[in-house]
Ligand binder design. Sequence first.
Ligand code: CDP
Ligand code: CDP
Length: 226
Amino acid sequence: MNKKINIAIDGPAGAGKSTVAKKVADRLSFVYIDTGAMYRALTYLALKTNTDIHNEETLNQLLLNAEISLKNEQGEQTIYLNDEEVSDKIRSSEVTNHVSYVAKHRAVREEMLKRQQQLAQNGYTVMDGRDIGTAVLPDAKVKIFLSASVEERARRRHQENVQKGEDSNLDTLIEEIRKRDQIDSERDVAPLVKADDAIEIDTTDRSIEQVTAEILTIVSAVPERD
Ligand code: CDP
Ligand code: CDP
């Protein structure tokens, strides 16, 4: 599609952002940008180097010296931290359970915002996260806020874990997701909140295909010229 726009997709964990964002990007030949992966990569690095994740200054220094790249290799999204491929490592439960503390710090968010805005400066991106429509791309032509009940979101994660052959407990997942939602929504800087001009889609009872189609319809209504 030849519309030089950016599409912002926000929402809590397990709402379906990355799955749907990738499909929308594929269908439009846009670039998919996973901003959560950037916070996860920094968290992975902090844990690996025993950096105190509650110390804003040391964490920010760590980020300023780190190159985080999002690549597309054979149709797969891969994440590099300096020269290390970390795509799977950043999805560990250890990273998942610490990332919201890392993402709370103002200095970290300011640097991430700069990097993310640069990635989207030429348009043609689908970017997902928590603060894309509110802070990173407030002028995005399309803003979507995906939601789903916490039980459904945990059930989806549980299913993923089971499919990967990993230990998984639904009740623990519900608690972990609730906790992460709370930290993400209550932080002072760029909290998880629906932008006033975002369109909310409750995905609880909707399939991936239905949600993708709904977003593509919204995109097709955007005029060719901005
Ligand atoms: O995939 P999942 O929804 O579990 O999480 P993610 O998108 O990988 O994001 C991981 C964490 O990074 C979130 O829980 C937030 O704490 C943080 N994050 C953020 O603060 N702002 C963003 N734009 C993206 C992620
Ligand atoms: O990125 P986010 O954490 O918002 O969610 P995701 O990783 O895209 O989706 C979590 C899981 O829910 C994946 O296994 C999807 O296949 C599944 N899903 C679903 O069952 N129905 C939807 N409408 C969207 C996602």
